[in-house]
Every structure is written in C-alpha cells, then in structure tokens.
Design a protein around this ligand. Sequence first.
Ligand SMILES: Cc1ncc(COP(=O)(O)O)c(C=O)c1O
Length: 288
Amino acid sequence: MSMYPIILSQGKFTHKDSLTFPYEERGLHFGDGVYEVIRIYDGRLYLLDEHVDRLFRSLDAIRIELKHSKAEIINLLSELIARNNMNQDGLVYLQVSRGSAKRIHTFPENVEPNFYAYLENQPRNVEGIADGVGAITLPDERWQNCYIKSLNLLPNVLAKQTALEQGCYEAILHLDGRVTECGSSNVFLVKDGKIYTHPATHRILKGCVRIAVERFANDLNIPFIEEAFTLDDIHEADELFLTSSMSEVLPIVEVDQKKIADGKPGDISRKLQEAYEIDAQLKREKVK
Ligand SMILES: Cc1ncc(COP(=O)(O)O)c(C=O)c1O
C-alpha cells in the first residue's frame, strides 16, 4: 500500500481514506479506461511530457474526454508530489475510466470520467541493471490495439506470472515467431552494432523509455532500426535488452534458459544505461 496519504481524485486533492469507490464503475466492470505509470527520481517526474502525450492518445483512441488539459494534468501531478512531500524514487499511477454507471456495454450518457492518481515508493532495480535478467518467450495473445495503454491487462498478467513461475523477470511475446514486446516492457536486439525493435505500430505500446532510447541511440550514432526480429534471431544476438519506466534499460542475459552471447550485459546496453542515467539526472547522485 502506498505510504502517501494524499491522492488526486477527479482533479481535487483528498485523503486516500476518504475515497469512496463506486462498485458500478466501468474500469472495474469492463476495463473501460486507460492508465499511465510515470517514473519519479528524488521527487522529480521523468519523461512527463511523453507520458501525458500518450495518456491523451490513449484517451482519444477509446473516446474518453477528460476535462483537464495536458498542462493541467502536469500541474496536478507536480502538486500531488508537493502535497505529499515526496522526495524519493517512486512512481505515480494515474488512471482514467469512462466513469461510474450501471453495467451496460454501450457508453453511458452524461457521465464524467473517473480520474485518480497516487504515489508510491519504488527503488531502482540496481541488481537487474548491473547483472541483467532472464526472460522466457510466449505467444502474444493480446488484442490488436496494444498502442492504447488500456486497463485490460489479463494477457500481460498471465504472461508475467508464467515468467515469474519459471524464475524469470519478463515474458518476450511473439506473433508467429516475430517478437512484438514484453509483458510490461519494450524489447530490443543488438546485432553488429545496430539496435532492432518492433516498429511502433498498433501491435505494441510505444514506451516512453523506448522514445528516450531512440534519442540516446541517435546521439551516440548507433543505428536504431524499427524492424521486428524473430525468435531465431534472439539466440544469434550480440545483446538483448528491455526498457520500461520501472525497469529503465535492463539487459536480458538469458532467454528460455539459454545465454545471450556470453551471458553478460553488452557494450551498447551499457552505453544506453549511461545515457539514461545522465538524462534522468541520476549520475551525479551516484557519484556523491
Ligand atoms: C506492454 C508494455 N509495453 C511497454 C511498456 C514500456 O512503457 P514505458 O517505457 O512508457 O514505461 C510498458 C510499460 O508498462 C508496457 O506495459
């Protein structure tokens, strides 16, 4: 449970104990809503514009009209951090559903979206970042609009649980052998000095860290190629890594119990991790 007592609810700040959650709610009934998880370092929101842009893309895609503008959301989230005196590494979870209404599939009339956000502490995955993690491969059983950050996460939940039960951090998902992304992250393959990843079509969620990694790669003159790689390519790869707001740039050193290259994080993964730390202003604190 979050240790931060003040939450943002319908654009207002309130104590979490005073929140009354309706049971007739479209997020609960249908998963009829969208969400964002934004990284916080030392109380600072990282890649905030990218997340808020994606939130509005997701809302547009499922035709939910939020009465707040992007600028208002940014101000509200900053105020949420200030009101909680949050100065740790953590996250903000933000959710918008179509609203509270009797359970009928079609859109209810005259209903306001339900919108709330809360903070949580979340330390960096220092060990995984240093040593890398293992992954399994699974068929991608999701729907065809994965670019929407929808509340419907059952296939992702089941894939990640299977990975956990096999002692792994992530599940690499594929459609007929072509890798899309992971259960809750984007995935990248490095071969001959070039980075490959699935194009940002409707089949994947365009991660905010993926956007940042493309920027880092351009700055470092590393070719960033939006081309799906295959399950067969994985075991020929020089490096593999995943990205997400909680995982950062995380090397994958083993897939389906087989080592990737020498089983250690590779040079390009290390360069991108360094670029990430500089961009997120983490380097300075580490050195202290
Ligand atoms: C399916 C999926 N892909 C990719 C990502 C990475 O997105 P981001 O980098 O914005 O955290 C996530 C994050 O939760 C995700 O759930």
